[in-house]
Design a protein around this ligand. Sequence first.
Ligand SMILES: Nc1nc2c(ncn2[C@@H]2O[C@H](COP(=O)(O)OP(=O)(O)O)[C@@H](O)[C@H]2O)c(=O)[nH]1
Ligand SMILES: Nc1ncnc2c1ncn2[C@@H]1O[C@H](COP(=O)(O)OP(=O)(O)O)[C@@H](O)[C@H]1O
Length: 205
Amino acid sequence: MRHERGLLIVLSGPSGVGKGTVRKAIFDNKDLDLQYSISMTTRNPREGEVHGVDYFFTSKEDFKQKINEDKFLEWAEFVGNYYGTPIDYVEKTLSEGKDIFLEIEVQGALQVKKAFPEGIFIFLAPPSMRELQNRIVTRGTETEDVIMNRMNAAKEEIEMMDAYDYVVENDQVDLACDRIKAIILSEHLKRERVANYYKRMMEAE
Ligand SMILES: Nc1nc2c(ncn2[C@@H]2O[C@H](COP(=O)(O)OP(=O)(O)O)[C@@H](O)[C@H]2O)c(=O)[nH]1
Ligand SMILES: Nc1ncnc2c1ncn2[C@@H]1O[C@H](COP(=O)(O)OP(=O)(O)O)[C@@H](O)[C@H]1O
């Protein structure tokens, strides 16, 4: 049958918009059966972050070696650090027919789109630039310099919104979470309908 592989879902958007928060809400909600792709990064762990849960933390040397060994589906340099999606787990999950969920920044999402045009690309957008800045400042994990760099990156990232299949506003976490759930469920229905129709059509006289 067609479409027996799982769905690849990419949630992307500017730093501070609430990707991590919304992603956690989606995973806490048991309506969807998704596997999370844990990224590798060279940035230092923040307080409370756990290796192998939030990220695989590594050195720049090790990261570069893995780039050369083609271990990443995509990777990007973002405000001075490397971030990448280990390819093996993505491939394994999809081939088992399970859905995989990636939370990555915009350059990486565009690379994934080239490799997996059938993926579902969701851009999480802030209600306003002022609110975006508020959220990064309120989170309190970055210095003023880093916040400025991230705000500059955000302006460029927001320009890439058109390349996505869906734009979801993160005004309230539970609403954004519901919208994303609705997108994933309807993509499932769409694929099932196409697959069933295809089967019926091929079996019919
Ligand atoms: N391209 C790419 N971006 C990633 C990956 N993992 C995380 N990111 C993104 O890198 C950016 C910085 O991440 P991080 O330092 O954790 O900051 P935060 O997301 O703002 O809390 C965010 O936009 C993440 O979504 C990855 O594997 N690949
Ligand atoms: N809908 C929302 N309304 C208000 N604050 C939010 C919302 N979503 C996330 N936040 C807050 O904004 C900050 C950045 O969220 P985070 O999930 O770390 O963003 P990202 O992963 O995109 O960088 C956090 O302090 C988070 O609690």
